[in-house]
Design a protein around this ligand. Structure first.
Ligand SMILES: NC(=O)C1=CN([C@@H]2O[C@H](COP(=O)(O)OP(=O)(O)OC[C@H]3O[C@@H](n4cnc5c(N)ncnc54)[C@H](O)[C@@H]3O)[C@@H](O)[C@H]2O)C=CC1
Ligand SMILES: O=C(O)C1=N[C@H](C(=O)O)C[C@H](O)C1
Length: 253
């Protein structure tokens, strides 16, 4: 039995994690953390701050906000508790804080917990290696109108995967409106679309002079993200070694 805490439990993702885990006999949800505190009729206690939780747990799954990170890391470090961090929009300093904490406790972090996007990352690396430098790389991400961070964490992860495979360090360009000049050869353009209920859509475009290749992942429901995070929670609950774990520790590509 894995005793789980859901951080961000009142949000869109927190509620999907709750639904899936409630039906899984391997999980017991022992608490939720959420800035909003208790909301509606839930089967577990909800705390607005991790420090209020006095019970026992095996792992925390976090889909909340970068603003929750400090308290969450402090909680994990004090309790020696593994953390699955699925939140996006962290600052550079926060990413360093996560790296440092992973020296003491197991932390699993991925901006996208779906199997499909993690396969897409591999495809992007392969395409970059195969196509060489003659193709312009553009990433378009599309999400629902409630998403607050842009570009998406996944778009940045896809750009980083391409950068790893390129023979030069690319420049990420988020805004073409500010400058009037032709596209540079070492750019990776990243564009964000926000509208309606789009769950999550990422398109990587390789535009050559005479041909274009497009690789695309579309999430049809939030279950794909929740299921990946739950799988990560099961994995992490069985791990004692500190470290920063990612989807590549879970799936063989
Ligand atoms: N890694 C992945 O696969 C995925 C990541 N995400 C990310 O997860 C995060 C949450 O997404 P949604 O559930 O759609 O957002 P949401 O806005 O529906 O839910 C966030 C919840 O966190 C709570 N919260 C906000 N600040 C907090 C704080 N300081 N302490 C505790 N709780 C706090 C809010 O009250 C809210 O209930 C976002 O960063 C999103 O980009 C979303 C989907 C998939
Ligand atoms: O906020 C979301 O909804 C999502 N956020 C993640 C991101 O920023 O990449 C992952 C997913 O696409 C949904």
């Amino acid at each position: 039995m894995v005793r789980l805490i859901i951080s961000g439990c009142n949000g869109r993702m927190g509620r999907v994690v709750e639904t899936i885990c409630s039906a899984d006999p391997e999980f017991e949800i022992v608490a939720g953390f959420d800035l909003l505190g208790a909301a509606g009729d839930r089967d577990f206690p909800i705390y607005s701050s991790p420090s209020e939780f006095q019970g026992q747990a095996d792992v925390v799954v976090d889909f909340s906000s970068p603003a929750a990170l400090d308290a969450l890391l402090e909680f994990g470090l004090q309790r020696r508790l593994p953390l699955v961090l699925a939140t996006t929009g962290y600052s550079e300093q926060q990413l360093l804080d996560i790296d440092r904490a992973a020296g003491a406790i197991p932390i699993f972090r991925s901006a996208n917990m779906s199997l499909g996007v993690n396969v897409l990352l591999q495809l992007v690396r392969s395409a970059v290696r195969a196509l060489g430098e003659g193709f312009d790389l553009e990433i378009v991400e599309r999400h629902h109108n409630k998403k607050v961070d842009a570009p998406s964490g996944t778009a940045l992860m896809l750009a980083d995967a391409a950068a790893e495979a390129l023979p030069y360090t690319p420049e990420y360009v988020f805004d073409r409106q500010a400058v009037r000049k032709p596209r540079g050869k070492t750019e990776i353009g990243i564009s964000s679309v926000r509208g309606g209920g789009i769950v999550g859509d990422h398109e990587v475009i390789f535009a050559g002079r005479d041909e274009v290749i497009e690789l695309r992942h579309t999430a049809l429901s939030r279950d794909v993200f929740a299921s990946g995070a739950i799988r990560a929670a099961k994995f992490l609950a069985g791990i004692t070694a500190p470290g920063l774990y990612t989807m590549s520790d879970l799936i063989s590509l």
